[in-house]
Design a protein around this ligand. Structure first.
Ligand code: G6D
Length: 335
């Protein structure tokens, strides 16, 4: 166990094994007894626990064993990359050079294919600043160009703020648009009762395959979360549009969103321009089929398929360039 500050601890344990490769879990705990658990597998944010009046509450969807993380198609808590979301026709060009990826979602590629960061076991080290650093190099899996070295740093401070920083560098022009696929469920009350506010005036129009058309639409009706609204109310407003779930990208900046319940809130901050929300039930297949959602994924990233839409932001990482992104999630107790 590392004692960092006076009250801050970082504890390393073994979570499981992939072949002979150990998967480690790190628990960072602050002076308020707030803690995060992070895994080397997929640089996953595994748990986020807070203690209120002596009672522990977990705020994110999680599994307790590695097998579930390996099997889940829902990406629970994982680092997604090198590119989150869908890339139309699994192809793009940079500076006149065309690249064709291996499709894994119809003819498109989703979350960088089947061998993205979300299926890799990262190297890890306890950082000096109440944080854990994960490192991994991807070498052109699924036909993405470039050997890309990625660092994912998780930290927790005494203000109950979780910070995730992504650094990357490449030896060849490529794309980089990572996210943390964390699902929030912050109270005992059903996710439909929890209230969401997204500081966004526009969201991404998509086709039937969830591929962005390039249009940004005004956030009205179901997509209007400018003021706090129950997620259940938003889902009801989707019905006349023949939709049963949110799986949508909103244009955001800096203070992106807040999810709140009767007792607590989580504020999301980012230096990116997008927030994908995805209502789901990653823990119960039957309920998932019936759209009985347990949680909401809130993925801070550059808008999906940005490589095909210049006004969606830049996801190009040129050879020998480095880039750094930071997302923050702050817990607040309300009542
Ligand atoms: C992302 O937008 C996608 C969803 O469509 C997908 O099912 C999920 O990841 C696993 O949020």
């Amino acid at each position: 166990m590392h004692r960092m500050g006076r009250n801050m601890t970082v504890k390393k344990t073994i979570f499981g094994e992939i072949g002979t490769d150990p998967v480690y879990s790190y628990k960072i705990t602050n002076k308020n007894e707030t803690s995060i658990d992070v895994l080397t597998y997929a640089a996953t944010w595994q748990n986020f626990e807070v203690v209120e009046d002596g009672v522990k509450h977990s705020l994110i969807e999680h599994f307790d064993n590695l097998d579930d993380y390996i099997k889940t198609p829902y990406m629970v808590g994982k680092t997604i990359g090198r590119v989150a979301g869908r890339i139309k026709d699994a192809k793009f060009s940079i500076n006149g050079v065309d690249y064709q990826m291996t499709p894994n979602n119809g003819k498109n590629v989703m979350h960088s294919g089947d061998h993205g960061l979300q299926s890799q076991n990262f190297d890890s080290t306890i950082d000096s600043d109440n944080s854990v650093l994960f490192t991994h190099t991807v070498k052109g899996e699924d036909e993405f160009p470039g050997t890309l070295t990625v660092e994912v740093r998780y930290s927790l401070n005494d203000d109950d703020e979780v910070q995730i920083t992504y650094n990357a560098k490449t030896d060849h022009d490529t794309l980089f648009n990572p996210t943390c696929h964390v699902y929030f469920d912050i109270d005992d009350e059903n996710i439909r009762q929890q209230q969401l506010k997204i500081n966004s005036k526009r969201f991404v129009d998509v086709d039937a395959k969830k591929i962005p058309t390039g249009k940004l639409l005004a956030t009205t009706n179901a997509y209007d979360f400018k003021n706090f609204k129950k997620i259940g109310q938003g889902l009801k407003q989707l019905k006349p549009l023949d939709k049963v779930e949110f799986d949508d990208a909103f244009v955001v900046n800096k203070k992106a969103a807040t999810l709140k319940s009767e007792h607590r809130a989580i504020d999301l901050y980012t230096d990116r321009d997008g927030l994908v929300i995805f209502t789901a039930n990653p823990v119960d297949a039957l309920k998932a089929q019936n759209h009985e959602f347990s949680s909401i994924a809130m993925e801070l990233q550059t808008l999906p398929d940005a490589i095909h839409h210049p006004d969606f932001g830049n996801t190009i990482l040129l050879a020998n360039q480095e880039v750094s992104y930071t997302n923050k999630y702050k817990y607040r107790k309300l009542n």
